[in-house]
Design a protein around this ligand. Sequence first.
Ligand code: ADP
Length: 382
Amino acid sequence: MKRVGVIGGGQLAWMMGDAAQKLGVELLIQTPSRDDPAVAIAQETILAPVDDANATEILAKKCDVITFENEFVNLEALSSLAQQGISFRPRLEALAPLLDKYHQCCYLRDLGLPVPQFFALDKLENLESKMEYLGFPVVLKSRRHGYDGQGTFIIPDLATLQEKAGVTNKELSQSLFLLEEFVPFDRELAIIAARSVDGEIVAYPVVETQQEQQVCRRVIAPADITPNQAAEIEAIAHTLLNSLQVVGVFGIELFLTAQGKVLVNEIAPRTHNSGHFSIDACETSQFEQHLRAVCGLPLGNPRLQSTGAVMVNLLGYENSHNDYQSKRQQLAEIPQAHVHWYGKTESRPGRKLGHVTVLLDNQNQDSASVITQTVEAIWYPS
Ligand code: ADP
């Protein structure tokens, strides 16, 4: 497998660039805009939205295999390409139960994995009886196309819920919602795992993720959890990847409650923000791992090479075309820091523009919170 087609050209595809070069693989990208990050590392770009299956058919003619950095695809249209013999890794059947958050929750529950209580919110009439069961606050989620907390709302009371579900329903005609028990978690965790063509599975160390306004701000590797909790989370990853017969990398987001209970929040059927630390901190990054799996190569070593690592997202905080050269320079001067800048031409509040990973080892005994404060004090205006 030498030519890999990637649906989506954001930072996740861009970060496959170095790994592709190392493995001697060519990346061909399907993405809507010439300004998208991965255009810079692509052998060839097909300019088209990610759900344009006609474009994917053209892409596939030039590639040995197709993979995803973005899952907002048209599965039905892609299925007819798969029937014509086009190879997708992961296979489309592994994506099918995950693209709708309600179907995803049902799939996880039916597998026996621990999930929060949930309901599909299809008819507003049944709301009050459902709410007697779930209580407030409650979490309202768009079933489809949510990312970075867009489409996730924490709702304090019935009036707000009726308003939010009603209004948004009108705006996004036919949109369906999921109602989920609010989990008063102690911490949020994540695990990145990969499965090979032969069914071998490797998992990265469990990390702690820190969200603000539902957007990931920081990741701490490894998470400070018990060996039993780590084993439980690894077992969840094995169950899920085996059940879906995944080929490639998946990210699993979890809640850890104050009582030490683990619940699965969400599955990302691709590389994930919580695994970016692996580029600098592990022998095999999640991006190399994904390409290895997709190309039918043996998987690499996912272990940390340092004591730990802290990854801080550089989120946009204004509308601008600034490339923030001087801030990036200051960030690069932090000891053991690796700055990754995605080359987006436009900054908007909340947009992921880059990230910094700082390695922790004998020479760097600073705590994760001191490091994140240093990075964020440089990046965000005071
Ligand atoms: P997205 O798909 O946009 O990433 P998520 O479903 O992962 O959305 O939710 C984003 C964040 O919202 C989570 O990381 C968490 O902080 C918060 N959240 C989501 N679901 C719940 C829940 N059931 N209880 C408490 N907080 C939640």
